[in-house]
Design a binder for this molecule. Structure first.
Ligand SMILES: Cc1ncc(COP(=O)(O)O)c(C=O)c1O
Length: 496
């Protein structure tokens, strides 16, 4: 395979600087690999998204580029080896570039396999669907593969709607849920991450997470004159990642009973929490009840493939799409592409062969022990922590309440946000970890802001211990001065 190089590879002006020669031509792949961080920043400002450039450049890692990544490690050009404590936001259960995942993809390419047409049988789609059904004990049986989590959620919603043949118009979701940012998934996302009011699908109703009473009230209200339910689906995250809160066992069991009674489709979103991220294969398995449709993604792609899926019971899928005339009612161009499916098959087998379940149990124990200890040692800096499996968040506080008011006088819109100071502290701590301890992590949350630690499940004991010891040391040293210093650097750029 030859790539078409539009610009002569050896031509002058390819130093990576955004000069005219490069600016106005198409660049080749070779040239792309040689771009320096300044050019990439400029091009983010000009061609990608200036706001994203601004956010990334606020942090020390915005001054550098990642050259390689392997296992739990990233290799930056200037800084060198950095521990990846993000777990790729759910994607990297097997770490970066796991050899089995690379091999599966390379083999697929070398054999010049075909993956485009939907009108010839795909062994990849058939085998991956078979495996998912086996993993889910045949209780969930039919799979549709797509690329993003939000697409899987929307596919699940459409299936539930179609199951009721469009006769029911309402769907219930948690008021703190995060289901994605497409219009449909965004309509049932209560999380404040989606703060702008885009158009929504109709008939959505929020309940309070873990409150069966608020949910029952809606179920009772939304009935027609004959008493039949008008709700086609209830969607819930068995573990809410944006609040680091688990659905209670009793809540899930009662939910199942309510759905069974009124023939409402129960959808579980385990896009982030699944694949051992929060302990078991899927968090709902703790409760020994099954949904009618399950949405999954993230670690399913082994850190390489963009793949997601919704998996339905036989009854629901056949009722919704069982007729030949309805078979293509839901499809996308890139659904079930071969290399993505092959990667997912290998990712699942690797997670089982490498006993990710057992590793997760050990990692969970170690992180809990370390966080308990850190909170005991520094009670004035750590407000709390939460999490499960390999996903944990810690709330750090070094800015006294009296100083928090100062943010309100800064002439920058988002400083008026209620959680501004908490977000600032968490962001600065992330930057501090990167600069002084070579740990890369992130922060998030809704009503509480967490610095998140979520290492890949393949992390070695030594690396995990080192990460936890470094976090302990960082908390000991981190102070108000670091926050002020960061704020001055950032806001001087934005305000003056
Ligand atoms: C629980 C949950 N559902 C849905 C999504 C949306 O997935 P995507 O960003 O791939 O659309 C996410 C993304 O983080 C998620 O955590």
């Amino acid at each position: 395979m030859k790539y078409i190089a539009v610009v002569n590879y050896n031509s002058p002006g390819l130093s990576g600087k955004p000069d005219d020669k490069l600016q106005n031509k198409l660049i080749s792949l070779d040239e792309m690999y040689r771009l320096d961080v300044e050019t990439i920043r400029e091009w983010y400002k000009e061609y990608v998204n200036p706001g994203v450039e601004d956010v990334i450049y606020s942090f020390s890692f915005g001054e550098d580029l990642v050259e390689e990544a392997e296992g739990a490690w990233m290799y930056f050009k200037k800084k060198g080896k950095v521990f990846d404590a993000t777990g790729g936001m759910g994607v990297l259960t097997l770490g970066h570039n796991h050899p089995r995942i690379l091999e599966a993809r390379i083999k697929f390419q070398q054999a010049r396999r075909m993956e485009v047409h939907k009108t010839v049988f795909s062994p990849y789609t058939a085998a991956l669907s078979h495996n998912l059904s086996s993993l889910l004990n045949g209780k969930l049986q039919y799979s549709f593969f797509c690329n993003s989590g939000a697409e899987a959620v929307e596919g699940a919603i459409k299936t539930a709607y179609k199951y009721h043949n469009g006769k029911r118009k309402h769907i219930l979701h948690s008021g703190s849920a995060y289901h994605g940012k497409l219009l449909g998934a965004g309509s049932i996302t209560g999380s404040k991450e989606v703060h702008f009011k885009f158009p929504v699908i109709g008939g959505t109703h929020p309940f309070v997470y873990n409150s069966i009473d608020t949910l029952k009230q809606l179920v009772d209200q939304l009935r027609n004159g004959g008493g039949t339910s008008e709700i086609y689906a209830i969607i819930v995250e068995p573990f809410s990642v944006s609040t680091l809160t688990a659905a209670e066992d009793d809540f899930l069991k009662q939910l199942r009973t309510i759905c069974d009674k009124d023939d409402i489709i129960l959808i579980f979103d385990e896009i982030y929490s699944g694949w051992y991220k929060t302990g078991p294969l899927f968090y709902f398995l703790k409760s020994e009840i099954y949904p009618d449709i399950l949405a999954i993604s993230k670690a399913l792609g082994g850190g390489k493939a963009s793949i997601s899926a919704f998996v339905s019971t036989s009854k629901v899928f056949k009722q919704a799409y069982g007729n030949t005339s309805d078979a293509f009612l839901h499809s996308t161009t890139y659904n079930g592409f071969g290399e993505e499916c092959v990667t997912a098959i290998e990712a699942i087998n690797t997670m089982l062969d490498e006993n990710v379940a057992g590793r997760t149990t050990l990692i969970e124990k170690k992180i809990i022990g370390a966080l308990e200890n850190i909170q005991l040692k520094y009670p004035d800096k750590i407000i709390g922590w939460k999490g499960a499996g390999t996903l944990f968040g810690m709330q750090i506080k070094v800015v006294p309440d009296s100083l928090g008011k100062l943010a309100e006088i800064l002439p920058v819109g988002y400083t008026r946000e209620r959680l501004f100071i908490s977000k600032l502290e968490a962001a600065v701590f992330c930057d501090y970890l990167f600069r002084h301890y070579s740990i890369y992590t992130f922060f998030g949350g809704q009503s509480e802001v967490f610095v998140l630690f979520s290492p890949a499940a393949i992390v070695s004991d030594d690396d995990l211990n080192a990460m936890l010891a470094k976090i302990d040391d960082a908390v000991a040293r981190f102070s108000l001065i670091d926050v002020v210093d960061f704020a001055i650097r950032k806001f001087r750029k934005m305000v003056f």
